[in-house]
Design a protein around this ligand. Structure first.
Ligand SMILES: [Zn+2]
Length: 193
């Protein structure tokens, strides 16, 4: 089973439709093989070589749906599910738009901007960070937005579990996106309009 590292990722959800993880094809195949799959929910089906069937001596083919529901319930940890803050997820949350000038940039030209600077007690969490281009970040420097006279063009927000899954897969398929979008809060920039 080589060559699947860059292939599609399967969205694994629990019996309540709660996303559990992104899985590469071989891992998804193990869910099927162990009888854990209760439903195929995706539009796309991926095939892969499943090895040799002993009885027939011919290669078998395994199929995996793009969204797979497995048995059981994935419990959220006490205190709720937290999506780890990373710069790639932040840029994706903010759709690569600078919060100060409103222009769109590629990853390499963006920075994680702390609205209240860390040096002044600002926290490194979702509600205190926005995406900013390098020139805007430099211009703002170690000041609060009011002091710099640089108002935010959009509001930062904590990312929900489903949105975290969207932000963690850059090659998400249309049906996976629609599934995860179905339960996003309205303030999300990934919610369907
Ligand atoms: Zn900017």
């Amino acid at each position: 089973m080589r060559g699947f590292e860059t292939g599609p990722r399967i969205l694994i959800v629990d019996s309540h439709g709660q996303p559990v993880r992104w899985a590469e094809l071989p891992r998804a195949a193990r869910y099927y093989a162990s009888g854990k799959v209760v439903n195929d929910l995706g539009d796309a089906v991926f095939a892969m070589n499943g090895g040799i069937q002993k009885s027939l001596g011919t290669p078998s083919t395994l199929h995996a749906s793009s969204i797979v529901m497995i048995r059981g319930r994935c419990r959220s940890p006490a205190g709720g599910y937290r999506v780890a803050l990373s710069k790639h997820r932040l840029f994706a949350r903010d759709r690569h738009v600078c919060a100060y000038c409103g222009a769109t940039f590629p990853d390499g030209e963006l920075t994680v901007e702390h609205i209240v600077p860390l040096s002044r007690g600002g926290r490194n969490d979702w509600t205190n960070v926005v995406t900013a281009c390098r020139p805007c970040n430099t211009r703002k420097g170690n000041r609060a937005p009011e002091e710099a006279n640089m108002p935010l063009l959009y509001v930062p927000y904590a990312v929900s579990r489903n949105e975290g899954f969207i932000l963690s897969n850059r090659r998400i398929l249309a049906d996976q996106m629609a599934f995860l979008q179905a339960s996003l809060p309205r303030h999300s920039r990934w919610a369907q309009s």
